[in-house]
Design a protein around this ligand. Structure first.
Ligand code: NAD
Ligand code: UFG
Length: 353
């Protein structure tokens, strides 16, 4: 028996647990007495995140398996050795633009990877999975806010891979394989753990708004390019539903416990129900950081939607969960992370960019 298998805590396999949302979820798992068993190939994360998870939670150590989820035998070995009861699956690639340039990498990592993981679960009799899906599965809004029954029509290969995995999960659940699934459609996760010890650490130039803004504030980039100020929105800039990553992480625990307690499967939006524009975010970040964010109004970014936000009411009805942290909290915690770690994690022992 390994040192990690002592005690009564339930062990949860967490593929992608070293990444941004995964690391925050591992903290919440540990805080509630679960043992996360992290599987990661470190293609977009750092071993340093694991030390920080331990630092925040006081855990002596966390089991980490360096592997690719496409390695089914390694997944079977991890589930068996650690006697995992469930899986919270974050592992995948997530850059929309890159997915358009290299679609096969995305289908391989995200779809083939999920297939391999599900096959390992089937072979080992592990019966519960929480899956990271995305609001991007909805595509161009037919109506807003997005409800879970909104038509699904992703507009890029990344979104198609999320849609494909949702279909695969639904078919697997319906087949009577003894697996239930919680499909979580995230809106726009931002912010960091309030300790400032873990946060988003993108490789290279950030694709997303919040890490870009934070890098401008800390002096790593001269200005923010605002992609379009002529949208039909209150101030002309794009509107999104931002969600604090700690709220999001907590929702995973609630979803996990729902799957452990009842046989049903579900698909649910995780958002706040509020839309904020790019300029709203910039203003809130300037206040939180006390730094000015110079702006450059640029062309619209290809493929961007003008505005969307969640109808979060089903999450409340099903899980009794709603967001509690505000845009101000998101900016304050993002700044704590960015100002304390201006260059990201101290060293990338594996998978350095
Ligand atoms: P992230 O890149 O920080 O985390 C993903 C982790 O998975 C990384 O640690 C990476 O190294 C690992 N990984 C990738 N491919 C792997 C593979 N084949 N085998 C093993 N490990 C692998 O991303 P994140 O923001 O934490 O996102 C987590 C999940 O949530 C992803 O599936 C993503 O698509 C989804 N999601 C993210 C957002 C967002 O805006 N951050 C929005 C919606 C959905
Ligand atoms: N934006 C800028 N400048 C930047 C980056 C972004 O003005 O440098 C704008 C965008 O045009 C958009 C808003 O900020 O209006 C948010 O853009 P993000 O790139 O932060 O987020 P997206 O809504 O485009 O997409 C993100 C993830 C997707 C995920 C989706 C879920 O990148 O993977 O949220 O809603 F699917």
């Amino acid at each position: 028996m390994s040192k990690f298998m002592q005690g009564n805590s339930k062990r949860i396999l967490v593929p992608g647990g070293a990444g941004y949302i995964g690391s925050h979820t591992c903290v919440e798992l540990l805080n509630r007495g679960y043992t996360p068993v992290i599987v990661d190939n470190f293609v977009n994360s750092s071993m340093a995140a694991i030390d920080r998870i331990c630092q925040i939670t006081g855990a002596n150590d966390v089991p980490v398996i360096e592997a690719d989820i496409r390695d089914t035998e390694a997944m079977i070995g991890a589930l068996r050795e650690h006697e995992c009861e469930a899986v919270i699956h974050f592992a995948g690639l997530k850059a929309v633009g890159e997915s358009t340039a290299n679609p096969l990498d995305y289908y391989s990592n995200n779809v083939q990877g999920s297939l391999s993981l599900l096959d390992a679960m089937r072979q080992t009799g592990v019966g519960h999975i929480v899956f990271s899906s995305s609001a991007t599965v909805y595509g161009t809004p037919v109506s807003l806010p997005y409800t879970e029954d909104h038509p699904l029509a992703p507009t890029n290969p990344y979104g198609m891979t999320k849609y494909a995995v949702e279909l695969m999960l639904n078919d697997l659940v319906a087949s009577g394989a003894g697996i239930n699934a919680g499909i979580l459609r995230y809106f726009n996760p931002i912010g960091a753990h309030p300790t400032g010890l873990i946060g988003e650490d993108p490789n290279g130039v950030p694709n997303n708004l919040m890490p870009f803004v934070a890098q401008v504030a800390v002096g790593r980039r001269p200005h923010l390019n605002v992609f379009g100020n002529d949208y039909d929105t209150p101030d002309g800039t794009g509107v999104r539903d931002y969600i604090h990553v700690v709220d999001l992480a907590e929702a995973h625990i609630v979803a996990l416990e729902k799957l452990l307690e009842s046989p049903d499967s579900f698909t649910v939006n995780l958002g706040s129900g509020n839309g904020y524009s790019v300029l709203d975010v910039v203003k809130a970040f300037e206040q939180a950081s006390g730094r000015e964010i110079p702006l450059n109004f640029a062309e619209r970014r290809a493929g961007d939607l003008p505005a969307y936000w969640a109808d979060p009411s089903y999450a409340m009805e099903l899980l009794g969960w709603k967001t509690r942290l505000t845009l101000e909290d998101m900016c304050r915690d993002q700044w704590a992370w960015q100002s304390g770690n201006p260059e990201g994690y101290p060293q990338r022992e594996v998978g350095a960019a």
